[in-house]
Design a protein around this ligand. Structure first.
Ligand code: FE2
Length: 366
């Protein structure tokens, strides 16, 4: 399997994994041959990368953190709960229905944590190939997976992971109460519009704080995830010691996921670019230790991704060195002149420190 950007897809390539629609049904089955019309359609739905088959990388086994079943269930659960709240808001119901949030999301969290426990020491790698009709749903799930993996890496107990995971899944639930035209506006928001967006923290807290079976700390994650160590966040400008540890984790991975996701108005950043930007805020916006932990756990170069070396050769990442994640093992498949190699060979970049990566999935590494 190879993971390539939508721009690198060519008619005739075959899909390496199923693609599901927003309701969790198989939209395109694995093995299906891509046509230009199909590629264009996927591009329009916001899919930025795809798994395709390639005989030279047949042996690469990409382990997803969640089983297909859990992933589909998660997306459909988040979607139906959030849509219910959006309808409440649209119909001007004074109190959004939060009755079953705790029950439903705890059940979901149990499944998620069960899946993740099989990958406790894995490098964190999320390759979104879900179609969702709202960015918020996928984002909520991603933030939950990042936060839970980091919690596991830090030895959190099952109960702690539940509280952190619920806080992460529901951190942006207040956005269901924001008018859709502001929430979905492509491009830059005006200051008054941004002020409206900012209220999603308090709105989320309001929905969660009295919801049955939702821990108060999870509700505080919604309240605090935009606060920053130096008091430059919102809504209350609280500082380091006043911000709950879980809200710090969520605030960190929230920004990361936003940067690495493809949106209508800007392209997705590569993991190492996003990490670099987060580091600019180390110690001021984000907790240094948490940032380091995240950097060490994230798969900067995910398995199956195409990299071009400065030497001009192109290869596919076939293994990640967990001690030096930024130096993966690359299988070279075309030579410096762009000719396909009949005998691909591998370079372990952790042993060849002079070999540099020039671009990843056609995006130049600076
Ligand atoms: Fe948020």
């Amino acid at each position: 399997l190879r993971l390539i950007s939508i721009q690198m897809c060519r008619p005739g390539m075959r899909l390496g994994k199923n693609i599901y629609n927003e309701k969790g049904l198989v939209l395109l089955g694995q093995n299906i041959e891509l046509t230009q019309a199909l590629i264009d359609r996927l591009d329009r739905t916001g899919i930025s990368q795809l798994y395709v088959q390639d005989p030279r990388t047949e042996d690469i086994e990409i382990k997803e953190l969640l089983t297909d079943e859990t992933r589909v269930r998660a997306i459909t659960e988040i979607r139906s709960s959030f849509r219910g709240l959006m309808d409440d808001n649209h119909n001007r119901r004074k109190t959004p229905s939060n009755q079953y949030l705790g029950r439903d999301f705890r059940k979901l969290m149990d499944l998620v944590l069960d899946d993740l426990s099989n990958h406790e020491n894995a490098m964190i790698m999320l390759n979104t190939i879900n179609i969702t009709d709202h960015y918020l749903y996928q984002h909520s799930l991603n933030v939950c997976l990042y936060a839970a993996m980091l919690g596991m890496a830090n030895g959190y107990t099952k109960d702690e992971l539940m509280v952190l995971g619920l806080g992460a899944l529901l951190h942006d639930i207040g956005k269901t109460q924001i008018p859709a035209d502001i929430l979905k506006k492509p491009g830059k928001l005006s200051e008054p519009e941004f002020d409206v967006i900012k209220t999603h923290t308090e709105l989320g807290f309001k929905i969660l704080k009295d919801a049955p079976n939702i821990p108060l700390i999870s509700a505080h994650c919604a309240f605090q995830h935009h606060e920053r160590l130096d008091g430059s966040g919102y809504p209350r400008q609280i500082e380091d010691k006043e911000i709950h540890e879980y809200a710090k984790w969520i605030g960190l991975v929230d920004v990361y996921d936003a940067m690495t996701t493809h949106r209508v108005y800007r392209k997705a950043m590569l993991p190492h670019q996003a990490i670099e930007i987060l580091y600019a805020g180390a110690g001021t916006q984000f907790d240094q230790k948490k940032l380091e932990c995240f950097r060490d756990r994230i798969a900067l170069y995910p398995l199956g991704i195409t990299v071009k070396l400065l030497t001009g050769e192109t290869g596919v990442v076939v293994d990640i060195n967990s001690s030096i994640p930024q130096r993966p093992v690359v299988r070279i498949i075309t030579d410096a002149d762009g000719q396909d190699l009949t005998q691909p060979y591998e370079i372990d970049l952790s042993k060849k420190l002079n070999v540099m990566i020039a671009s990843v999935n056609d995006v130049i590494v600076k």
